[in-house]
Design a protein around this ligand. Structure first.
Ligand SMILES: NC(=O)c1ccc[n+]([C@@H]2O[C@H](COP(=O)([O-])OP(=O)(O)OC[C@H]3O[C@@H](n4cnc5c(N)ncnc54)[C@H](OP(=O)(O)O)[C@@H]3O)[C@@H](O)[C@H]2O)c1
Length: 261
């Protein structure tokens, strides 16, 4: 599969994984549509790209998403790939987390990607093509301390994507869900504390995470192979193994390590 002249819409393009994906898709000759809520960061990125348009949008505004999708479709007359990387994490124990924080995490990590996908699906189904890629997390496969709302939202998007994958199996509309472990991006800085304020700190976990360039390369390779699930892990592989085969030990280690962030 090649990406030359394919229209790729990326949410979360202002930072981290989404930004790096934009740079790598650009190098492969793709035409890009960039979305985040930060105009100036997107404009800076656009200077480095060959052909792109910017759609500034705050994904907390769920009602406006169908109109946003129409706007994205009208940028170049079609969308071949949508990569939903926009997301926000959490750094607070459940006992200290306001319900408003759970609502915000679900809005950005679950309802917004579902709303975008739902509005795009009729177009993909009508032309019997189109590839939707949604970034979940290893925390969408197993729970982990300080991320009760984040893990819940990432588990929820897994359920949505896997179900749509079953339903559309006999069409040429593709869905891929990505489960990264720790990736070196500003995600923890932007994470929410229990009272809704930004955590503001890069935690040690992220600093030892995988380089974002390697992560983006693996995502693109997974998309090219048409993988339904793209798991991008290093040491987290051991935790996943323990969670499946030796859950009692997993809970002990997650309790000990996860509360140290
Ligand atoms: N880094 C990791 O260790 C890791 C691990 C597993 C999964 N993930 C997932 O990977 C995805 C990308 O994360 P990242 O590491 O690249 O984090 P990041 O550097 O903090 O980037 C997050 C992106 O989401 C966008 N975003 C957040 N809230 C938004 C809103 N209300 N409206 C529009 N855009 C919004 C941000 O754009 P603006 O702030 O400009 O709006 C930014 O572009 C997320 O879904 C995350 O959950 C990351």
């Amino acid at each position: 599969m090649h990406f030359k002249d394919k229209v790729v819409w990326i949410t979360g393009a202002s930072s981290g994984i989404g930004k790096e994906l934009a740079l790598q898709f650009d190098a492969l000759g793709a035409i890009l549509i960039l979305t985040s809520s930060n105009q100036s960061l997107l404009s800076e990125l656009q200077l480095q790209l060959q052909k792109s348009k910017i759609l500034v949008y705050n994904l907390l505004d769920l009602k406006g998403i169908p109109a946003l999708v129409d706007e994205a479709l009208s940028c170049y007359g079609r969308i071949d790939f949508v990569i939903q990387s926009a997301g926000i994490s959490q750094r607070a124990q459940a006992t200290e987390t306001d319900i408003a924080v759970y609502e915000k995490l679900m809005a950005i990590n679950y309802f917004a990607p579902v709303a975008i996908n739902q509005a795009l699906l009729p177009h993909f189904v009508a032309k019997n093509s189109g590839h939707s890629v949604i970034i979940s997390s290893v925390a969408g496969l197993m729970g982990f301390p300080l991320r009760s709302g984040y893990a819940a939202s990432k588990h929820a998007i897994k359920g949505y994507v896997e179900t749509v994958q079953c339903e559309l199996l006999e069409t040429k509309v593709r869905h891929s869900i990505v489960y990264p472990g720790r990736i070196d991006t500003p995600i923890s800085k932007n994470a929410l504390q229990g009272n809704g304020q930004q955590y503001g700190t890069t935690d040690a976990n992220n600093e030892v995470g995988m380089n974002v360039k390697i992560c983006a390369r693996k995502i693109i390779k997974g998309i090219q192979k048409g993988k339904k699930a793209i798991v991008i892990v290093k040491a987290e592989r051991i935790l996943l193994w323990l969670w499946w085969f030796c859950p009692a030990l997993y809970y002990k280690i997650a309790h000990k390590k996860g509360l140290q962030n």
